[in-house]
Design a protein around this ligand. Structure first.
Ligand SMILES: Nc1nc(=O)c2c([nH]1)NC[C@@H]1CN(c3ccc(C(=O)N[C@@H](CCC(=O)O)C(=O)O)cc3)C=[N+]21
Length: 299
């Protein structure tokens, strides 16, 4: 029997509903409106689409959305001046600079400029360090979204073998930390891992985030495992000329026959990323105002 398809789209809509309820209460009871600022440098078409989606969903949950578009050749000093201004603005609780940024800018320096309390991407060394130490900070949106899906799907993960393929600061490392916090035995595998298929076959929870289309095949998956697909590769559509198609890191159709549950691409992890961005903005806002944090929306 084929495994469950985890509906990330529906789950994300539910999370956004919870956020909208919380935002409405914040406004009514405390006169506070959470605000998210998104900074986009240059005119990458994919980034434009993501930023537009973020803006729409931010407004939909009742938050304030501040969009800042800067030219591709903006001097670093001008970008930093904008970030400083957003850091100082009390109506802004979350700041995100969309990646990738043009080559003359450095992503680490950009992140370092953002006040860690407003770093809703959870990418600063402060937030990475807080997560690694098991302390309260802001957690990178995609791993947080995967955690929410896994908690919903599995319940207690205590004692399970978890394998994360991919070791980026944006995803693999924080995902590993979150699974460790859930008391999994965690392996972080990567491009130099020996016998990757065999390592993956140990996993009760397999999380793939390498960006290589359909790399994880059915014979890499332990029967009954839960498989989370974080990869997104855009290819020309095989049947519709001029259109594109998204592929995950997991050979979804065949893996489904082995796994107990798997996330699809699109409609799996992707929608959770934006929902968690909103969740982090709400959390940052509540902390800034000394108000109770939302339940179930944090690590
Ligand atoms: N500072 C920063 N933080 C990010 O979190 C960040 C970023 N930069 N740069 C780009 C990546 C990518 N990313 C996605 C968000 C939503 C979907 C998403 O909603 N995907 C839909 C499909 C979207 C489509 O059809 O293209 C899905 O999987 O169902 C995907 C990818 C956030 N990123």
């Amino acid at each position: 029997m084929a495994g469950t398809v985890i509906d990330g789209k529906a789950f994300a809509a539910d999370v956004r509903g919870q956020i909208a309820d919380h935002v409405a209460r914040l406004k009514a009871d405390h006169g506070v409106t959470p605000g998210l600022a998104v900074v986009l440098v240059g005119e990458d078409p994919a980034s434009e689409v993501y930023v537009a989606a973020k803006h729409r969903q931010t407004v939909e949950v009742g938050m304030a959305s501040f969009e800042h578009k800067l030219p591709a050749d903006v001097p670093e000093a001008d970008l930093f001046a904008l970030i400083d201004q957003l850091n100082a603005d009390p109506s802004v609780h979350g700041i995100l600079c969309q990646f990738p940024v043009p080559d003359h800018l450095n992503e680490r320096s950009v992140v370092a400029r953002i006040d860690p309390a407003k770093d809703v991407d959870g990418l600063s060394v402060v937030n990475a360090g807080l997560l690694a130490s098991g302390e309260k900070g802001l957690v990178s949106c995609t791993p947080l979204g995967c955690l929410m899906l896994l908690r919903d799907q599995i319940g207690s993960m205590s004692g399970m073998e978890a394998v994360v393929v991919g070791r980026s600061n944006l995803f693999g490392k924080p995902m590993g930390q979150l699974l460790l916090q859930e008391n999994c035995t965690v392996t972080i595998a990567h491009s130099r891992t020996k016998d990757l298929a065999e390592v993956c076959r140990r996993a009760d929870i397999l999380v793939a985030a390498v960006g290589r289309a359909e790399m994880v095949q059915a014979d890499w998956v332990k029967p009954g495992a839960t498989v989370i697909d974080v990869g997104i590769t855009r290819i020309p559509h095989p049947d519709k000329p001029g259109k594109t198609k998204l592929l995950g890191d997991v050979a979804y159709e065949t893996v489904r026959e082995v796994a107990s549950a798997v996330t699809p691409v699109p409609g799996g992890v992707g929608p959770m990323t934006i929902a968690c961005l909103l969740a982090n903005t709400l959390t940052a806002c509540c902390r800034a105002h000394g108000l109770e944090e939302p339940k179930g929306l944090t690590a």
